[in-house]
Design a protein around this ligand. Structure first.
Ligand SMILES: [Zn+2]
Length: 423
């Protein structure tokens, strides 16, 4: 095994440009104090326009699809060939970092720019996509952009509303899109070769292994729930303990138990949002609403964890005279990366000097999960500092960005060689 010291000068210069582009996109934010860019917002339109400019500069033809995703296309040896798609997303969580999704998009654009002078040797077209909604920050429904592309859009989504009460249908129309045309965003499998996504790891495994890059074996599929613990709101002073049905105490007991149940099962469970009602300082909470996110490397493990959480919560709440309700709001099947495409990612990383790259599964969801419904997918992870993500402190190094760029380009070239040889 050999691990690369550092990328060459030309790559370092390109990596500097990629980091500057991440900074430029980070400045497009709905919040003055941090980065926030949600689906179908004015900021979404602005970053699409900026990305489209970079794509055209790189020599690609550009369009925005019916779901608000930004695309670019570089024809291969002849026009109309099926496309290898490179990309990621440009939307963010609230108070986000500047690399989650974004690094994958700017790197894909740079790879396309590097390939453009050699397009005559490409046995496929190369497309770049910047998805408009991966995180689900605005409407609570994740992967809207890539689900539209995969043709797995659900009509029920149109009536989902954001915090201000604006429905997805209204927001799409205001953005200049035609909801009736959403099916136009779907791509046909026969027009695609595959989908390759570079993304920051969002975890500490590569850093711990001392490696800049890693190959993703599979992407864990999350299940999300809206939970409710129902008790009775009463006077905080006047109600003796024997008569209290405190929904927050019950919910708290469930939240604390999650950690133990998750570790026992080998999965991951998180309550990221919890609200007590009516929310008076002198009122026993009569109702608690909370979110629950559950994931694991394998779907069976995840489902087992959900069942254990539910059983524990029902029993615990019943013992306290509380009601417990759990409604599923999102379920994504875990996705295994394609073996053939992954070989090219391994070859791409090997070209940067690491000929035995770390293999890891993704604990975080990615657009690749949705795209896998229509074409083979593979992913390459770039180390991020301390594994921090969904946070302003998200950080990558110039060298790692350069190595990721070289590896992604080499992966595409490897795939092109294999496909040319097979023809
Ligand atoms: Zn992401």
């Amino acid at each position: 095994m050999s691990v690369p010291a550092a990328p060459g000068d030309a790559t370092r210069a390109a990596a500097e440009r990629l980091l500057r582009r991440c900074d430029e996109l980070a400045a497009v934010s709905a919040s003055p104090d941090g980065i926030e860019r949600v689906h179908l917002s004015a900021e979404h339109a602005r970053v699409n326009a900026v990305a489209a400019g970079w794509l055209r500069e790189a020599g690609l033809a550009t369009w925005q699809d019916a779901a608000g995703n930004q695309w670019g296309r570089l024809e291969g040896a002849e026009p109309g060939l099926p496309a290898l798609v490179l990309g990621s997303h440009l939307d963010t969580v609230p108070d986000a970092g500047r690399y989650d999704g974004i690094l994958g998009v700017v790197t894909a654009i740079e790879v396309a720019a590097r390939l453009a002078p050699h397009r005559a040797q490409l046995p496929f077209a190369v497309e770049v996509v910047a998805f408009g909604d991966e995180e689900g920050t605005r409407f609570g429904t994740a992967l809207l952009g890539s689900r539209a592309v995969a043709g797995t859009w659900l009509d029920g989504w149109w009536d989902v509303a954001d915090a201000a009460g604006t429905t997805l249908r209204e927001a799409s129309t205001a953005f200049g899109l035609d909801p009736a045309a959403i099916a136009d965003a779907a791509r046909r499998p026969e027009d695609l070769v595959g989908y390759l996504e570079l993304h920051i790891e969002q975890g500490p495994h590569l850093e711990a292994a001392g490696r800049a890059l890693g190959v993703v074996t599979s992407i864990a599929g999350a299940r999300r729930f809206a939970g409710r613990v129902v008790g009775e709101a009463r006077h905080a002073g006047g109600t003796p303990y024997a008569k209290r049905r405190d929904a927050l105490v019950g919910a708290g007991q469930v939240v604390v138990a999650l950690e133990r149940l998750a570790v026992e099962t080998g999965g991951i469970a998180t309550v990221g949002r919890l609200q007590a009602h009516p929310g008076g300082v002198n009122v026993v909470p009569g109702l608690v609403e909370f979110s629950l996110d559950v994931r694991a490397e394998h779907d069976a493990t995840r489902d087992d964890l959900v069942a254990r959480i539910e059983a524990y919560a029902r029993e615990t709440c019943a013992a306290r005279g509380l009601g417990f309700e759990l409604q599923e709001t999102h379920r994504a099947p875990g996705v295994y990366c394609d073996a053939g495409l992954t070989e090219s990612v391994v070859a791409g990383i090997a070209a940067t000097g690491d000929d035995d790259p770390v293999q890891l599964f993704s604990r975080a969801g990615h657009d690749a999960m949705a795209v896998a419904a229509i074409t083979p997918v593979a992913m390459l992870f770039v180390r991020c500092e301390d594994g921090i993500s969904h946070h302003p402190a998200e950080a990558v190094t110039l060298d790692d960005v350069g190595l990721g760029l070289d590896a992604l380009e080499a992966a595409v070239r490897d795939l092109a060689r294999r496909r040319s040889a097979a023809r």
